[in-house]
Design a protein around this ligand. Structure first.
Ligand SMILES: Nc1ncnc2c1ncn2[C@@H]1O[C@H](COP(=O)(O)OP(=O)(O)O)[C@@H](O)[C@H]1O
Ligand SMILES: [Mg+2]
Length: 318
């Protein structure tokens, strides 16, 4: 059977002032200060949107992010106002700071690739000698990246952000502090669920002069997770960790000759593969949230989403 998924939306709402199609999300501006974000089932890797979508992925992203936005609002205010539909969040539109605040507690992914090729400084942060892939750092580090309007995100550093006057020192110090507090919260939560929060990224924006947490948080797209119970054993045996994140998609693409470089072809995503990746997202949801995702129905999905959004907008006005 053909899988069903939500690849893109094309609504037009009253008071709609802008539309932006991100790699994964469709972002509608409403009036001057609100956004409706539809997390579609699109999947991206190496900054490329893959040609097929993953059933339930947008729902997993939306619901995990909303859970953590609610749980962390005592640490820093965030953009969320409501979650009117399993794929949709309504919230405050902020002036997005074009930096991804990447927090890492393990030598994994990009950090490992830099380390393996001899690098011992990442984004201005010194990396300890003698580490192997997936080892834990003495404490979490922040390795920021610029959020490019087009093309690839690039590594930057605390010093470079300041020298380019991207934000004030006061705001940068505050957001470094908050990124660590959010990460510690995520780590404690994950530990209770038997998971390790390996690394993640946060985005912030400014609203009325105040920094706010925006975008998604602690989702399988923005974070890596390992299983806690098998971590030590696998590490001591020098084996790969069991991945609960998008890393398995990146690995599959690399094994099939795609690393996002020009001229490389995205390998064929079979129905079986889509179902397999979807089940990974569902597994992660269950592991993080502690219960199965209540899978939404895909029949008449556009009408349903539009109706939920209209209701969500009307309750804003009351
Ligand atoms: N509250 C907000 N205010 C302004 N911009 C936001 C807010 N929340 C998320 N965004 C932006 O909306 C977009 C979400 O779509 P996404 O698919 O992640 O796009 P991208 O490909 O740019 O990462 C991102 O560019 C993100 O920075
Ligand atoms: Mg994004």
């Amino acid at each position: 059977m053909q899988t069903q998924s939500l690849t893109s939306t094309n609504f037009y709402f009253q008071n709609q002032t802008s539309f932006y199609r991100g790699k994964v999300r469709d972002v509608y501006g409403i009036g001057n200060d609100k956004l409706i974000i539809v997390a579609t089932d699109r999947i991206s890797a190496f900054d490329h949107v893959l040609p097929k979508s993953i059933p339930f992925k947008g729902q997993v992203l939306t619901q995990v992010a909303n859970l953590f936005l609610d749980l962390t609002s005592h640490i820093i205010p965030n953009w969320k106002i409501s979650n009117p539909d399993p794929h949709v969040t309504i919230g405050w539109k902020c002036d997005a700071i074009p930096i991804e605040f990447v927090v890492r507690n393990y030598l994994t992914g990009h950090a490992w690739r830099v380390y393996k090729s001899g690098g011992r400084v990442l984004c201005g942060v010194n990396l300890p000698e003698g580490m192997k892939e997936n080892d834990k750092f003495p404490h979490p580090i922040i390795t920021p990246a610029t959020k490019a309007t087009s093309g690839h995100d690039e590594d930057t550093s605390y010093e470079e952000i300041l020298s380019k006057n991207i934000i004030s020192k006061e705001h940068l110090d505050y957001l470094y502090q908050k990124s660590i507090e959010l990460f510690n919260f995520g780590t404690e939560y994950a530990t209770k669920q038997g998971l390790i929060l390996v690394d993640t990224k946060y985005e912030f924006g400014i609203k009325y002069g105040q920094p706010m947490l925006i975008d998604e948080i602690h989702t399988p797209d923005s974070s890596r997770f390992f299983y806690l119970d098998s971590y030590e054993q696998l590490q001591s045996e020098g084996k790969p960790q069991k991945q609960l994140s998008k890393e398995f998609v990146r690995e599959w693409l690399m094994e099939n000759g795609f690393q996002g470089l020009e001229g490389q072809l995205i390998p064929n995503m079979t129905e079986e593969w889509l179902v397999n990746i979807s089940s990974r997202y569902l597994e992660l949801y269950k592991a993080m949230v502690g219960k199965d995702l209540e899978k939404r129905s895909y029949s008449d999905i556009y009408e349903k989403i539009e109706q939920s959004i209209l209701l969500g907008i009307s309750s804003l006005e009351n």
